[in-house]
Design a protein around this ligand. Structure first.
Ligand code: MN
Length: 387
């Protein structure tokens, strides 16, 4: 058995689309994390690993930003990956020209649609925004691109206006429209309402770009898909502006394990992907980060360790191998004889029963005196006890 979840989950009653698209934006929104700037080589390495993971689409960057960004996006597009490579553009034909020079498969072209964005960022009217959408989608479709039109700050936009601008995008041949929850300001119930309303009027595929300001990016994405959306934007390690985006690893594992919806991603590469992105971004993954954190498959409490030695699923919802992680038993003040015996076996050390009891005592004592019991400290304790 590789996983064991609550039998109260009623996945059979939920309707997930078979053709869900995950478009990962680690290389674009992830790179917009303050302080993060990937090198050319790092971006290529991340793109290759995402492709190995079998991600559907990679948002490789925002090519108008700089000459180097443009070169990098072009290089990723020429890697021959199975994933579609898409670039971000504003609704300016000039931006789209630069994306075309990168030979990408498609673009995400965006404009702010909420009144607060129209008034205080763009300084334009709603009609102006519709015109920008029309010009950009028309232009990009004329040049043979896959086109996603994204309404920035969609979750704080008047719904009638949203319907109008998405309908315009659809009329111009957009392949997809995006709801960007730019400030992470919606609840799962809000997303369910918004998506259900929009799918009544639209035929074009709807996708979600959720931010994690309240820790709801993953559940908002899942709820949106259950309400009729068919695309989700993610980042590795949940990287992204402010509190980041929907985390790729959390989303994929929740779908696969909790909801029983396996989209064929190679989840065994998850830990590797997380490590590469952590190193390249310079941002360490918190120890308790779901799926990829160092503590997620690490057990210390004696009662837990005893149970885990006999049956790991006593204290794990799924086994670490599914995501390329390893189970670790850590010795500490809560450790008992079984945990210490397991550690001795792991270190290929043999002791008598009396020695074992003394080693357990010394392990607890050392930990309480402030020492972290790594293998070296443990071997030292064993050596001293056997004297
Ligand atoms: Mn964003």
């Amino acid at each position: 058995m590789q996983y064991f979840i609550s039998h109260y989950n009623k996945e059979s009653e939920l309707k997930f689309p078979d053709d869900l698209i995950i478009y990962d934006t680690t290389l674009r929104d992830g790179e917009q994390t303050p302080g993060v700037c990937f090198s050319f080589d790092e971006k290529i390495e991340i793109a290759r690993k995402l492709d190995q993971f079998k991600i559907h689409q990679i948002e490789a960057g925002f090519p108008i930003v700089s000459e180097k960004e443009k070169e990098t996006v072009k290089a990723i597009a020429s890697e021959g990956l199975n994933a579609d490579i898409i670039a971000l553009t504003r609704t300016k034909p000039g931006d789209i020209d630069v994306a075309l020079e990168c030979d990408v498969d498609g673009i995400i072209t965006f404009v702010g649609t909420s009144d607060i964005h129209l008034d205080h960022k763009m300084h334009i009217t709603r009609q102006d925004a519709i015109n920008l959408c029309e010009t950009a989608v028309d232009y990009a479709k004329d040049h043979g691109l896959y086109v996603a039109f994204s309404a920035e700050d969609a979750t704080r936009t008047d719904i009638d206006f949203l319907k109008r601008i998405y309908s315009k995008a659809e009329e111009c041949g957009a392949d997809r429209v995006h709801i960007a929850d730019t400030t992470g300001a919606i609840t799962p119930e809000g997303i369910r309402y918004l998506v259900s309303e929009l799918v009544k009027d639209l035929n074009v595929m709807l996708a979600l770009h959720c931010h994690n300001d309240f820790g709801l990016a993953v559940i908002n994405s899942i709820t949106g898909v259950l309400a009729g959306a068919r695309g989700i934007s993610t980042t590795v390690n949940g990287l992204g502006e402010r509190a980041g985006n929907a985390s790729l690893e959390e989303l994929v594992m929740a779908l696969k394990i909790l909801y029983g919806k396996d989209y064929g991603f190679k989840t065994k590469y998850i830990k590797e992907l997380s490590d590469i992105v952590s190193k390249a971004s310079g941002l360490e993954v918190p120890y308790n980060k779901p799926v990829v954190g160092n503590n997620v498959f690490r057990h210390e409490s004696g009662i837990h360790v005893d149970a885990v030695i006999e049956e790991p699923l006593c204290y794990e919802p799924y086994v670490p191998e599914l995501v390329g992680q390893k189970r670790q038993l850590v010795l500490g003040k809560h450790s008992g004889c079984r945990a210490v015996r397991a550690k001795l076996n792991e270190c290929e050390l043999d002791v008598t029963d009396d020695e074992l009891i003394e080693i357990v005592r010394q392990v607890k004592k050392s930990r309480e005196e402030g020492k972290y019991i790594n293998d070296q400290v443990f071997k030292e304790i064993v050596k001293n006890t056997k004297k």
